[in-house]
Design a protein around this ligand. Structure first.
Ligand code: S3P
Length: 166
């Protein structure tokens, strides 16, 4: 069974929706950021303090680990699309879903202290979105606009997966 892999910008709901999908489908969930922090015993802020490249190398190594998983729900960090090889790895055994949440829904409530790229404020999301929206579109098998409540989005994802894959 393929993994279901959620991609999208910081604050788009990947972690929350991954947990819900896990419950609904009775599948295990892995959060790439959490996996990375546990594997290297360093916080994301600490890794970025060394450099973004240091963090990205660790992120890519974790994509390689996780690419071998089967039948998992995987939530990724928003920058996973910055290296195309990460996506190639995750696609080997996964259906990629782009959770596209309108930025005005995100900027007011996104948690910035644990996200080094937002240290100057959530407005930075507009710039990041501009740089990455096309990358998310190119990487995904299914594009979902996340502007509804969690239950509706989970239902929509399940419907899309069924119509495309079964
Ligand atoms: C990042 C997103 C974060 C985390 C890191 C870098 C990014 O994950 O991986 O701070 O480059 O967009 P979330 O999308 O889960 O916040």
């Amino acid at each position: 069974m393929k993994n279901i892999v959620l991609i999208g910008i910081m604050g788009c709901g990947k972690t929350t929706i991954a947990k819900e999908l896990g419950k609904r489908l009775n599948k295990s969930v892995v959060d790439l950021d959490e996996y990375l922090v546990n594997k290297y015993h360093q916080s994301i802020n600490e890794m970025f303090e060394i450099s973004e490249a240091y963090f990205r190398d660790k992120e890519s190594a974790c994509c390689k680990d996780i690419a071998d998983y089967q039948n998992y729900i995987i939530s990724t960090g928003g920058g996973v699309v910055k290296r195309s090889h990460n996506i190639e790895l995750l696609k080997q055994n996964g259906i990629i879903i782009y959770l596209d949440r309108p930025l005005n829904h995100i900027v007011n409530d996104v948690e910035t202290s644990s996200r080094p790229l937002l240290k100057d404020g959530a407005q930075k999301l507009y710039e990041i979105h501009e740089q990455r929206h096309q990358l998310y579109l190119d990487a995904c098998d299914i594009h979902v606009i996340n502007d509804k409540n969690i239950e509706d989005i989970v239902n929509l994802i399940l419907k899309e997966i069924k119509s495309v894959y079964y």
